[in-house]
Write a protein that binds this ligand. Structure first.
Ligand SMILES: *Cc1c(COP(=O)(O)O)cnc(C)c1O
Length: 413
């Protein structure tokens, strides 16, 4: 913290539009990180701004308790139309951590009142990141985020990550063994499908998701996909689950869900889970943050889905993703670069040297990129880009050039 206060000179962002951030001195930066992976449609997309303005003039807030409002109702219906198959009920909340917290509580309460009350534990991956609340911190597998709280967390089995290609087979075996041995105690398996973001953009084979689906089916354990980062086309298709052609029992979405404009999230569940809460009043799911399903967030999230469809965001990102893949495969040959990978609109490279979230080589690339007019926030020694899905080609080319020269400046010398 002291170091941060003494040394860090934050970019003071005054405004933004599309893929560009502008600071209070008028300098502009291409946002290589889409402001923490959220701004899938670019900053201040005119249609999202208009939706926000219109909604704010009509209704800024109302409780979703004995009341509803058109934006929430229409959003739920539209979202179910594009959701993984079988997920046709929606619970709104207001950030990604909470969307996963809700998933955990739904699993626990479901088993509690449907004949399997001993099912109190979860399974997640080493290197997992599912957010910041104490509940989801239990699932987390990144040491700096977990260690100070380790003694105070819900019990969770962490299995090896399939993101390490050498360990992919082992991860599969570990999942099978863990679930088969502990099925009586396991409420759910929670995964970031295909890409483990905070672990350093670790990409793994979607076949793992199919295998996880089979294991969960065999032992009747819920499978939860945290698509807070991977959803909304970040990895190519609408959901990372689509790479595997499987549907989970619960999907969590946030970040790109509101186009990065407002805190807004959703947890989508199967009809079976929904039905597990019917009956007497004590069986209901009592969970309601004050701003769950707030009208401003709902109106923007609804407009996001319309823009995705009408502007063909997923299709038009395909050639951009190829450009990124080509650029990163060239970058992997630079001296000092240990390896590179990409999928859809996510790409990452590892700088050789110290590893882990606290490594600082990535920050030297950040400094170089900043001088050259791009914002590239690293994860330790992992330098990555997660630009807007609709980043203009000229901005993307510029971003890739800045990345290349910044990595060369740090790694080469
Ligand atoms: C960002 C993230 C979260 C947490 O979302 P917040 O909105 O920051 O609470 C959860 N899961 C994944 C996979 C994420 O990337």
């Amino acid at each position: 913290m002291e170091d941060y206060c003494e040394r860090v000179d934050p970019i003071v962002v005054a405004k933004a539009s599309g893929s560009t951030l502008v600071d209070i001195d008028g300098r502009s930066y291409i946002d290589g990180n889409a402001s923490w992976w959220t701004s899938t449609l670019g900053h201040n997309h005119p249609r999202l701004v208009a939706a926000l303005r219109d909604q704010s003039e009509a209704l800024c807030h109302t409780a979703l308790a004995g009341m509803t409002h058109p934006a929430a109702a229409e959003l739920a219906a539209t979202l179910c139309g594009v959701a993984p198959r079988g997920l046709d009920h929606v619970f709104f909340s207001d950030n990604g951590s909470t969307s996963v917290e809700v998933a955990m509580k739904l699993c626990l309460q479901y088993w509690y009142q449907n004949g399997r009350p001993k099912r109190r534990k979860f399974v997640s991956l080493e290197g997992a990141f599912h957010g910041e609340t104490l509940g989801v911190t239990a699932l987390g597998g990144v040491d700096v985020f977990r260690q100070p709280f380790a003694e105070s967390l819900l019990p969770c089995f962490h299995i090896p990550s399939p993101g390490d290609p050498a360990a992919a087979e082992q991860a599969l075996d570990a999942l099978g063994v863990c679930v088969s041995r502990n099925a009586d105690e396991i409420a759910g398996v929670v995964l970031e499908p295909v890409v483990q973001g905070a672990a350093g953009m670790r990409i793994y084979d979607p076949a793992f998701l199919r295998a996880a689906r089979e294991v969960c089916d065999r032992y009747d354990v819920f499978l939860v996909f945290d698509e807070v980062f991977t959803g909304y086309g970040r990895t190519g298709p609408m959901w990372a689950a689509d790479h595997a052609g499987v549907a989970p029992d619960i999907t969590c979405t946030a970040k790109g869900f509101s186009g990065g404009m407002l805190p807004m999230a959703a947890t989508l569940v199967s009809d079976r889970i929904y039905r597990g809460f019917l009956g007497g009043p004590e069986r209901a799911f009592y969970y309601g943050h004050t701003f769950c399903g707030n009208p401003l967030g709902a109106a923007v999230a609804l407009e996001v889905l319309r823009v995705f469809e009408e502007e063909q965001i997923l299709d038009r990102a395909v050639p951009k993703a190829s450009r990124i893949a080509n650029a990163f495969s060239e970058l992997s040959a630079l001296p000092g670069v240990g390896g590179a990978r990409s999928i859809g609109m996510v790409a990452a490279l590892d700088l050789e040297g110290d590893e882990g979230y606290l490594a600082n080589a990535g920050w030297r690339v950040y400094d170089e990129a900043r001088k050259r007019g791009a914002y590239l926030r690293p994860l330790g020694n992992v330098v990555y880009i997660t630009p807007s899905l609709n980043i203009p080609d000229a901005d993307l080319d510029r971003l890739l050039e800045v990345l290349k020269s910044s990595v060369a400046a740090v790694a080469g010398g």
